[in-house]
Design a protein around this ligand. Sequence first.
Ligand code: PAF
Length: 271
Amino acid sequence: MLTGFVPTMGALHEGHLSLIRQARTDNDLVIVSIFVNPTQFGAGEDLDKYPRPLERDLDLCEAQGADIVFTPQPQDIYPSGYQTYVDPGSLAEGLCGASRPGHFRGVATVVLKLLNITVPTRAYFGMKDYQQLRIIQRMVEDLDMPTQIVPMPTVREKDGLAMSSRNAYLSAEERVAAPVLIRALRHAAQIWAHGQRDVETLKKAALEVIATEPLVRVDYVQALDPVTLRPELGPGTGLLLAGAIFIGKTRLIDNVVVNGDGAELPSAPAQ
Ligand code: PAF
């Protein structure tokens, strides 16, 4: 029996639903987890106000054909005396790992636990959280875990904004400003497509686009090898353009992965 697993923190949107539908297509049994994982939130982040519309989420899971929705409480995952965490190594050091210390330690730990609990054949992860995806791919390989990790394309609103549970925090004015991040990353991808291979030039081009939007503060923009997440580009592996911005108090991330011709890849390249 093939089991597909979709780990989520709830507040489901079309991005999550696309993962559940793919899991439904590929497998006999589909499990979705809804767990707002406290260990991946830093002090002062949005753990307490993270949206938790459980009834709505359960209806959506059912409508997409999920068989089981696993909704543990924090004490189920981290009982009293809990001590053991996954160190995700150098893939977790840059990008969001630099801005959110300890975030990927919490992500890798909870994903390992959820995979051990559900023992799926396949687990589905969106490419919007590209660094998370690479860390999970690496963890599964390094720890000889039997689950196949299936990367899924980012689902976007009509104006290009990547779907995210945190988009709900944006005011109307902030929502209009938010797509500047994907416009900036795609602008840099165009320059890459015309042959520019200097990562600093590509970053600068993206930053110039973001600077046109006064509501936005940049956390980071990076141009990296999509496999190693390092600035030294490997031969033929293409390019990851990744960014994080603050609009008001809301932090949004996005990325594009492009091949040597500048075409956006629908999924993460193989390791
Ligand atoms: O991507 C998310 O929603 C979370 O990081 C995950 C993978 C469910 C782990 O809590």
